[in-house]
Design a protein around this ligand. Structure first.
Ligand SMILES: NC(=O)c1ccc[n+]([C@@H]2O[C@H](COP(=O)([O-])OP(=O)(O)OC[C@H]3O[C@@H](n4cnc5c(N)ncnc54)[C@H](OP(=O)(O)O)[C@@H]3O)[C@@H](O)[C@H]2O)c1
Length: 288
C-alpha cells in the first residue's frame, strides 16, 4: 500500500492557542495597573537581526505591550553592552528582555548574558535558567525547545514513553530540548537520544525513533532514508542564505513521515509564542 503524505503540523495554530491562553493573563496584569514590557537590545546593523528584533517589537505593540528598545552602534564596547543590560535589569517597566544574537565579533555575548537578571531572561538562555532546566526548577524555558514541546502536545503526538532522536547537541536547540523532553511530565517523559558529528552512524538512531527532531543547521541533512515510515519529524535547524531559508529536513521526508512540520512556518511561530509566555510569566512573578 502506498504511504500517505505526512500530516502537516504548522506552528501558527499552536502559537494562536498560546496567545489566546495568555490574553486573559495580560488583561489581569493591565487591570492591576501594569502593562507588560518586552525589552530588546540590538547591537550593530545586521539586517537579519534588525528584522528579528523588529518582528518581536511589532508583536509586543500589537498585544498592547510596551517595547523598550536599545540600539547600540556597531562599534559599541563591551562596557556599553553591559551598561545596556544593567539598565534593563533595573528598569521597572521592563519585565523581560533579550540581547539579539549574534552580536558583533569583538563583543562577548556570553559575558553580557551573565550580567542579565535571570528572572528577566526572556530567551531562557542564561546559565541559571539552563541550570533550572536541568534541575527541573521553575524558570523561563528556552523558547525553541519549549515551542517544540508545545507543538507536539497541540497535535496530540504521544511523547511520553516514546523514543525521540534529536540530531544536534547545540545549546539553543538540541541540548535544552533533550533536557526538556526527558523531564517527568505528561507532554515530555520520553526516551531521548542525542546524536551529532561524534556519532557517524546517526541514521541508525534516527531510523529507530518514533519522533525525530532535526537541530543541526545543515540544509537537507535529514533525508527520507533516515526516518522510519510514519515517524513524526520536526524541523528545527535552518540556515539562511540571504533571505532564503534552507531547512535541515529534506522535502522528500514528507513522503515518508506520518506527521511533519512545514518547511516554513513550523517551529518559528511557536518560538515567538514561548518568548511571550516567558515574558508574561516574568511579569506575573513580580506583580503578584
Ligand atoms: N527556528 C528557530 O526558531 C530556531 C531557533 C534556534 C535555533 N534554530 C536553528 O537550530 C539549529 C541548531 O542550533 P544550535 O545553536 O542549537 O546548534 P549549533 O550550535 O549550530 O550545533 C549544531 C549541532 O548539529 C550537529 N551537526 C552539525 N553537522 C552535523 C552532521 N553533519 N552530522 C551530525 N551532526 C551534525 C553538531 O554536532 P557537533 O556538536 O558534533 O559539532 C551540533 O551538535 C540552527 O540551524 C539554528 O539556526 C532555529
Amino acid at each position: 500500500m502506498d504511504q500517505m503524505p505526512a500530516k502537516m503540523m504548522p506552528g501558527g495554530p499552536v502559537a494562536d492557542a498560546v496567545f489566546a491562553e495568555l490574553e486573559p493573563r495580560v488583561e489581569k496584569l493591565v487591570a492591576n495597573g501594569h502593562t507588560p514590557g518586552l525589552g530588546t537590545i540590538l547591537v550593530g546593523d545586521d539586517g537579519a537581526s534588525e528584522r528579528y528584533v523588529g518582528m518581536k517589537m511589532k508583536r509586543a505593540q500589537e498585544l498592547g505591550w510596551t517595547s523598550p528598545h536599545l540600539h547600540l552602534p556597531q562599534d559599541a564596547s563591551q562596557a556599553d553592552l553591559v551598561a545596556a543590560v544593567r539598565s534593563f535589569n533595573d528598569a521597572d517597566e521592563v519585565d523581560a528582555f533579550l540581547v539579539q544574537h549574534p552580536v558583533p565579533p569583538h563583543l562577548d555575548y556570553d559575558a553580557a548574558l551573565l550580567e542579565m537578571d535571570p528572572d528577566k531572561d526572556v530567551d531562557g538562555m542564561h546559565p541559571v535558567n539552563m541550570g533550572r532546566l536541568a534541575l527541573m526548577m521553575a524558570g523561563p524555558a528556552p523558547c525553541t525547545p519549549a515551542g517544540i514541546e508545545a507543538l507536539l502536545a497541540f497535535y496530540e503526538i504521544p511523547v511520553s514513553g516514546q523514543e525521540v532522536c534529536i540530531l544536534g547537541r547545540g545549546t539553543t536547540l538540541g541540548r535544552p530540548l533533550a533536557l526538556l523532553l526527558s523531564q517527568k511530565r505528561p507532554t515530555a517523559n520520553a526516551a531521548v537520544t542525542v546524536v551529532h558529528t561524534g556519532v557517524p552512524d546517526w541514521p541508525e538512531y534516527t531510523r529507530r525513533a518514533g519522533i525525530v527532531v532535526a537541530a543541526a543547521g545543515v540544509p537537507g541533512i535529514l533525508r527520507p532514508e533516515h526516518i522510519s515510515p510514519g515517524a513524526v519529524v520536526v524541523g528545527g535547524g535552518v540556515r539562511y542564505e540571504g533571505r532564503r531559508l534552507l531547512p535541515d529536513v529534506d522535502e522528500a521526508c514528507e513522503e515518508v513521515a506520518g506527521a511533519i512540520t512545514p518547511r516554513v512556518g513550523g517551529v518559528g511561530p511557536t518560538t515567538i509564542a514561548m518568548l511571550f509566555r516567558n515574558a508574561v510569566e516574568a511579569a506575573e512573578r513580580t506583580r503578584r
